[in-house]
Write a new protein. Structure first.
Length: 93
């Protein structure tokens, strides 16, 4: 395996796949709040993941600019974005 190609964990892959899918659908990068809602995690968790992805060379951000996340890897290398289970308050029979 070529060491010049950044690798990522399964969880990181899901964040990268979400960033790509969101950008394809809406024409701009997601805000951290969008990722928070999708992954159902806290704001600090999302921010930590964004910093981790940036340090790993998987994304680039523009300081001070909203929705500035850009993927630095080819979309073909991304995993399939897995659906999140829907939580329901409806009782099962």
């Amino acid at each position: 395996m070529d060491s010049a190609i950044p690798t990522f964990t399964a969880k990181q892959g899901q964040y990268l796949a979400f960033i790509h899918a969101y950008a394809c659908i809406f024409g701009c990068a997601p805000a951290e709040a969008d990722m928070q809602r999708h992954f159902r995690v806290t704001p600090p968790s999302v921010h930590q993941m964004v910093l981790t992805l940036e340090r790993a060379g998987l994304i680039r951000r523009t300081p001070g600019a909203a929705r500035s996340i850009a993927l630095l890897i080819e979309p073909e290398r991304l995993p399939t974005l897995l659906p999140k289970p829907v939580k329901s308050s409806v009782q099962r029979y």
